[in-house]
Design a protein around this ligand. Structure first.
Ligand SMILES: *Cc1c(COP(=O)(O)O)cnc(C)c1O
Length: 366
């Protein structure tokens, strides 16, 4: 069986270093807010290219804390609108509603599967305060048009970089393009921990300081509580593991790109639409999403032939029970993607033979 994402094999690529660093933390006896977290924050800020990195418990918290900090700083208030792609993972939207802000869903482009930048301007109202830009599937979603809109309407640009660690735009990393970015280190992500972890990157000192306090009970210093904060911290163990894995992130992304390239070159089944790949939109292939009308039949066929796949995602956010207020919305592009998307195995531990097998089976599907 070719597994969709065998995390044990991916961890095994760096097993010795990971075991060593984990033992070190265990033996040191300091498990939270210590030197491993501080070191990772410095390394990650420098990798992404921002002045600050504030670690937290997970990617949803990272996005939620950014918006909460903007509220605390008086830059946003309840009821303000945040533009977000309609076809994102639900966490991007949960971060908005968690803060009593209003998500405004914008359709993606059917070629790139990223937010359609030609539809953003007409979604702006006097209440719009920000764009939550999601680099979905690991592909850069930023365009100069989006930057231009943010400047003209004075909108904050928040990047959801949960799927795109290491992706670039004109020599800059995603996560350093907007005003602030949320990152997830959930185990399946391109930079994945061995449990939950997340971070915010930004050049905005005041925002970083506020988020750091908010994530630590609202406490900027011991026994002082400026905000009604929460507890959202990254463990030393996770930070130590992430420091090891960060060293190999670029190499692992290159391997993902190689697999993706062989898919692009050799999948020639006319029923299958391979993802957009274009030089000016970097893609680190967190997911290799193909589209086809008979998605479920192909998934079953692959399964029967020993290839496990995944779906990102089967049901769109506006059709979920938790957002029943959007039941009436019709978002045909989003709905089509959720109906037709299938994710092929694409990860750094994958062999050429495995990729060739996937291609061979795909090309025999009729
Ligand atoms: C994974 C993910 C998140 C949430 O990250 P967690 O660490 O699981 O909370 C947010 N947005 C996107 C696009 C994601 O893929």
């Amino acid at each position: 069986m070719i597994d969709y994402l065998p995390l044990n094999r991916i961890t095994a690529l760096h097993a010795d270093e990971i075991h060593q660093t984990v033992s070190q933390v265990v033996d040191d006896g300091w498990y939270l807010q210590g030197k491993a977290v501080k070191t990772f924050e410095e390394q990650y800020a420098s990798y992404i290219g921002t002045d600050y990195c504030v670690s937290c418990a997970n990617g949803l918290d990272a996005l939620t804390l950014i918006l909460r900090a903007y509220i605390e700083l008086g830059i946003m208030s309840k009821g303000d609108e945040v533009i977000v792609p309609a076809n994102t993972y639900i966490a991007s939207i949960l971060a908005i509603t968690e803060n009593q802000l209003t998500p405004v869903l914008v359709e993606p482009d059917v070629q790139t599967l990223e937010i359609d930048d030609t539809l953003i301007e007409r979604a702006i109202t006097p209440q719009t305060k920000a764009i939550m830009l999601v680099h979905l599937y690991g592909q850069c979603a930023y365009t100069d048009t989006i930057g231009d809109i943010c400047r003209r309407y004075q909108l904050k640009l928040i990047e959801d970089n949960a799927q795109a660690h290491g992706c670039t735009y004109n020599n800059r990393r995603t996560g350093s393009i907007g005003d602030a970015a949320g990152h997830s280190f959930y185990p399946t992500k391109n930079l994945g921990a061995l449990g939950d972890a997340g971070a915010v990157t930004t050049d905005d000192r005041q925002l970083a300081t506020t988020i750091r306090a908010l994530a630590n009970y609202g406490s900027p210093q011991k026994h002082v509580f400026d905000f009604k904060g929460r507890n959202s911290r990254m463990d030393e163990l996770q930070a130590a593991v992430l420091s090891v894995k960060l060293k190999y992130l670029d190499t692992e992304n290159e391997r993902r790109k190689e697999i993706a390239q062989s898919y692009h070159q050799h999948i020639d089944n006319p029923l299958i639409k391979v993802p957009f790949a274009h030089g000016d939109r970097d893609h680190v292939f967190h997911v290799f999403p193909i589209l086809l009308s008979e998605r479920d039949r192909l998934q079953k066929y692959l399964e029967e032939n020993g290839v496990q796949t995944s779906i990102h995602y089967p049901v769109a956010p506006h059709q979920q029970t938790c957002y029943s207020e959007w039941k009436h919305l019709q978002l045909p592009v989003t709905e089509r993607i959720h109906r037709e998307e299938l994710s092929l195995p694409c990860h750094p531990a994958m062999t050429d033979e495995e990729a060739a097998t996937v291609i061979r089976i795909l090309n025999t599907f009729k």
